[in-house]
Design a protein around this ligand. Structure first.
Ligand code: FES
Ligand code: FES
Length: 169
C-alpha cells in the first residue's frame, strides 16, 4: 500500500516543494499548515500579512497561478504544483517598483500599511482580470480587502492610475 504523505492525520512533518516568486523553496511542514503560515513562518516572506486568518479581510492576498488567492484559506500543499507570487516578487530588476506599487505611493493608498500588501496583490488581479473599467467595478472587486485606516478612495485612484500604466496608456 502506498504511504500517505503526512501520515493518516497529516501531522507528520512532510517535505513540500513550492515555487514562490520564481524560486523553488522546500519546507518541512505539518500538512495542515496554511499557505500563509508557510510563507511567513517557514520561508520568511513576511510581506504577506495575517489579519483575520479566516478569509474575511484580504490582508493575506497572494497570486496562485496568476489569480488572486487568500493564502489563509489554502493549505500550502495545495500550491505545490503551482506558482505563488507575493508582494516581495513584484519589484523589477534594480528594485524598480511595479506600477501598482508606485500608484499606491503616488495616491497615498495606505496609512499604517498593514492591509497594503493584500490590497496591491488584489489590485493587480483586478486590472489583469478586467475588473477595473469603472470606479464601481474597482470597488466591487476590491470589496474583500478591508482597510481599517479607510484608504478606500485613494486605493481606487491608485488602481485607476496603474490600470492605465499597466496597459501602456
Ligand atoms: S488573513 Fe486571510 S483573509 Fe484575513
Ligand atoms: S492602511 Fe492601515 S489598514 Fe489599510
Amino acid at each position: 500500500m502506498s504511504e500517505v504523505r503526512g501520515g493518516l492525520d497529516g501531522r507528520e512533518p512532510t517535505i513540500v516543494s513550492l515555487s514562490i516568486n520564481g524560486r523553488k523553496r522546500t519546507v518541512l511542514i505539518d500538512l495542515r499548515t496554511s499557505l500563509l503560515d508557510a510563507l511567513r513562518d517557514h520561508v520568511g516572506l513576511t510581506g504577506t500579512k495575517k489579519g483575520c486568518d479566516h478569509g474575511q479581510c484580504g490582508a493575506c492576498t497572494v497570486h496562485l497561478n496568476g489569480q488572486r488567492a487568500l493564502s489563509c484559506l489554502l493549505f500550502a500543499i495545495m500550491a505545490e504544483d503551482g506558482e505563488v507570487s507575493t508582494i516581495e516578487g513584484l519589484a523589477g530588476p534594480g528594485d524598480e517598483l511595479h506600477p501598482m506599487q508606485q500608484a499606491f505611493i503616488d495616491h497615498d493608498g495606505f496609512q499604517c500599511g498593514y492591509c497594503t500588501s493584500g490590497q496591491i496583490m488584489a489590485a493587480i488581479a483586478c486590472v489583469a482580470e478586467g475588473h477595473a473599467e469603472t470606479d464601481a467595478d474597482i470597488r466591487e472587486y476590491m470589496s474583500g480587502n478591508l482597510c481599517r485606516c479607510g484608504c478606500y478612495p485613494n486605493v481606487v485612484a491608485a488602481i485607476r492610475q496603474a490600470r492605465n500604466r499597466m496597459r501602456g496608456a
